[in-house]
Every structure is written in structure tokens, then in C-alpha cells.
Design a protein around this ligand. Sequence first.
Ligand code: AKG
Length: 283
Amino acid sequence: MGIVGNLNPEQLQSFHSQGYLVIESFSSPEELESMIKRMGHLLDGFDCSSTASVFSSKNQKQLTDDHFYDSVERISFFFEEKAFGDDGNLKQSKQLSINKVGHALHEIDPVFTKFSRSEKISSLLSSLGYKRPVIIQSMYIFKQPGIGGEVVPHQDNSFLYTEPASCTGLWLALEDATITNGCLWAIPGSHKNGLVRRFIRDEDGVHFDRPSPSFDHKDFVPIEVKAGSLVVLHGDLIHQSFENQSSKSRHAFSLHAVETDGCVWALENWMRRKVEPEPLYVS
Ligand SMILES: O=C(O)CCC(=O)C(=O)O
């Protein structure tokens, strides 16, 4: 079979053996700037007083759950855990307090839709064998200077499970990502060991179906990339990122795709949509 989509055989081979692939210069500086600027505009228009109360009050579990569940088809803002002082007020500007914006920027906002439904994204998914992919979620992740929280080791298939499993993460560095400002880390080849656990939603809320195994830090490698690089992540790859203790932010835009041709969305997933997502056209 000839080359399908925009990945060459060496890239595919590397992805299948390591479980991730870095594609440098995937996005132009102009494309990155359009997304960063657009997020600045969305943040300016965000009235944080109502949402901040949801997060600053610890025992409002139902409110935080609803904010999370409703974000599936919205542009919702999530605060950094360390954004609030003891008095419940933000310690710094809202622009420096948001952990991420999710989970439907790719469907609702024209600038993020343009990137997410671009030919280069569908072609990439086609290279990976997708027939009728959907982007099931998007996240603009800030990794704020000083307080950008850690993301503990996980596999994306735990959260976005289809039967059979089909998730791929597409993580675009909007700014340089380094060890100092909290780049991604992954255990190369860990995707070959399969899915460890699932994140289940039931009448009590959300929980994992089993405890996390322990991981050895020395098995992880840092994935330091320049702005504009795309990191493609296999859904079973164990990956994480550390807290950003530096003075530099590390913005990223992350998409997750799943297959709808022959793969069934699991009803126990946290994400329950009212409207089916529109598949990407792949040739
Ligand atoms: O951006 C990060 O720090 C983590 C992102 C991640 O784990 C993901 O997009 O799956």
C-alpha cells in the first residue's frame, strides 16, 4: 500500500514503536498567534466572578461536577488549584489563574475550529488508519507560570474510551515547552502494555475503576518541543507533565480524536453529548 495521509513510513514506524511522535513546524507562527490571540480575547470576555465561586468553595461538589459535565459542549474555564488565596479570592489576574479551557473550542470557536478541522489534521488521522474520526474534545492548556499544576501519569484511553479503544491525542505546542516550564513526559513503548484502568461516570460521580499502578520516574523521557510542534500521542501511552515552577507559561492546544467506524463510544465515559459530533472528512 502507498503512503496514506501526511505521515511518512519512518514517522509511522516511530509512532508505533515509541507510542508518540513529534512533528516539528506543524503550525506556522501566524497560526499559533491566531490561537493565542483568540484565547486572550475569550479570556477578556470571561466573567470569572460566577465561575470562581464554583471552585473556591470546597464542598460544592455538585456545582463543580455540573461545570465539568456541561463543558462537553461548551467553552468552559477551569481554574488552577493554586489560584485562590485562603479568603477564596484569586491571588492574581484571571489571565494568570486559568488552568485550561475546554472542551468544545474546536466546535464552537471559529479560530480553533479552523485548525481542528484542517486538512493537515484529517490527513494525519488518515495516516494513522482512521476512517471516520471525530474530535471528541479540545483543551487550551495554560500551564501558568509559578502555579501551573501537574498532570499525573495517565492514558488518554482511560477517559475517552471506545470499544475497541481508539483515542489519539494531538498536542500542539503554542509556546516552547521545556523541562523548566512543564513539558510533556512519556514512557516510550508503554502503549504496548495496553490500557491500565478506566475513568467511569456513574450515579455517584466519576471515579477510576482501579487504583493507579506506580511508575518509576526514570522510565519517563521529557518531550521538549519548540512552539509549532505537534506531539501525537497513542491513547495507551503513559504520559504526564510536572508543575510549572518557572516564570514562563507553556500554552498548548490539545485535541483528542476517536474512531466512529467500527468503534463504539462507552456509555460509562464522563463525557455525554446531547448532539453527536461531526466526523472529519478523511480521504
Ligand atoms: O498539557 C499537559 O500538561 C498535559 C496534556 C495531556 O496529558 C493531554 O492532552 O492528554
